[in-house]
Structure formats: structure tokens, C-alpha cells
Design a protein around this ligand. Structure first.
Ligand SMILES: [Zn+2]
Length: 68
């Protein structure tokens, strides 16, 4: 039984590393699999997610109003 592992894959299109969670069987060709994953990378979504992560955390307006 294959267990889910975190794989770090490098995308040559946007020059970023990204993580993929997958349960690979030992019959899978790792190099080929990682190449396919890198090629299928959604570079724009990744860039958007990175930009979002860098933004300061916005204050939850519901929580903020309840506290006062
Ligand atoms: Zn990419």
C-alpha cells in the first residue's frame, strides 16, 4: 500500500518549487511523474497564491465588531 507523501517539484516555467501530495506506487517512474507534474503546473494560480501569502493578514470584520 502506498502512503501519501509530499513531493517537492520544480517548475521550469515559473522557476518555483511547489508541493504535490500523492500516493505513488513503486511501479511509477518518479522522474517521469515529476516531469509531468511540473509541466502541468498552474503557474498563474501559484503566483497568485504566493502574492496572497505575502499580503498582511486582513482583520476579520465579523470578529472585530464582536470584540468591541
Ligand atoms: Zn509554474
Amino acid at each position: 500500500m502506498a502512503s501519501v507523501k509530499r513531493y517537492r517539484i520544480f517548475c521550469h516555467k515559473c522557476s518555483h518549487h511547489f508541493a504535490v501530495f500523492a500516493a505513488l506506487y513503486h511501479t511509477v517512474n518518479m522522474a517521469q511523474w515529476m516531469k509531468e507534474k511540473a509541466e502541468a503546473h498552474d503557474c498563474k494560480a501559484h503566483a497568485d497564491a504566493l502574492a496572497k501569502a505575502r499580503e498582511p493578514r486582513p482583520v476579520n470584520p465579523i470578529k472585530a465588531s464582536k470584540k468591541s
